[in-house]
Design a binder for this molecule. Structure first.
Ligand code: DC
Length: 226
């Protein structure tokens, strides 16, 4: 059986990883796995169970019940808790922050990383997250670190929030949230966000998605040929 094509993308919040990863998936006709949505679902599950996202002991007691699943349909990736499709309620600031906190716990990361590896073993897939190049798919030759300045990321996130009809967040608030999450994600003790030596860095601050896509696809094609 041939090995599946696994493309790993890491980077900070709002750098354009998911837009780029979706474009890659569509160009190559492969799956896209948004791993952040799985951490968001885990945060939602904990909140519903009345367990704080920072309570490691409490999280351990509910972990076996946290039946987080990933499915694909004509809309793309769906995230389920048991049989309930929660995809459309995950993209709030509260769950973004909850996911950042809940993801610092090794027990949570181990569980979700294993589910993600399983997708990589079974499908051609592009995944984005914070520990894909370092922990989930450390052996793939297709590694990318996608980033942009915090200010540009805040502007993009604000535009996205406005487009979804959310008017209460200000630029300053969004920028502060991004900086706080960057800090959390890159300073946590276990599997922090970092760029590996073998990952190609793509700074999207001054790039369109099409330009970033072209850079990434060229790099993948070059390595595939080898
Ligand atoms: O990519 P996102 O904004 O949906 O991610 C939400 C949070 O989840 C982010 O702040 C860090 C965490 N996360 C992680 O630790 N590891 C991943 N592979 C993906 C997300």
């Amino acid at each position: 059986m041939r090995e599946h094509l696994n493309i790993a993308i890491d980077g900070p919040s709002g750098a354009g990883k998911s837009t780029l990863a979706k474009a890659v998936a569509s160009a190559l006709q492969i799956r896209y796995l948004d791993t952040g949505s799985m951490y968001r679902a885990m945060a939602l599950f904990a909140i519903r169970r009345g367990v704080s996202v920072s309570d490691e002991a409490g999280l351990k007691t509910i972990l076996d019940d946290a039946d987080i699943r990933v499915r694909y349909d004509e809309r793309g990736q769906r995230v389920l808790i048991g049989e309930e499709d929660v995809t459309d309620i995950l993209r709030t600031q509260e769950l973004a922050m909850g996911a950042s906190t809940v993801s610092a716990h090794p027990c949570v990361r181990e569980k979700l990383a294993e589910l993600q590896r399983e997708v990589g073993r079974n499908y051609d897939v592009v995944m984005d997250g914070r520990d894909i190049t370092t922990n989930v798919l450390p052996n793939t030759k297709h590694k990318f670190f996608v980033t942009a300045s915090p200010e540009i990321r805040a502007e993009r996130r604000l535009k996205e929030l406005r487009a979804r009809g959310s008017m209460q967040d200000t630029y300053e608030q969004v920028l502060a949230d991004i900086k706080l999450r960057d800090h959390n994600d890159s300073t946590r003790a276990y599997m922090p966000l970092r760029q590996t030596e073998d990952a190609m860095r793509i700074d999207t601050s001054e790039m369109t998605t099409d330009e970033a896509l072209a850079v990434l696809l060229r790099a993948v094609a070059e390595k595939q040929d080898r």
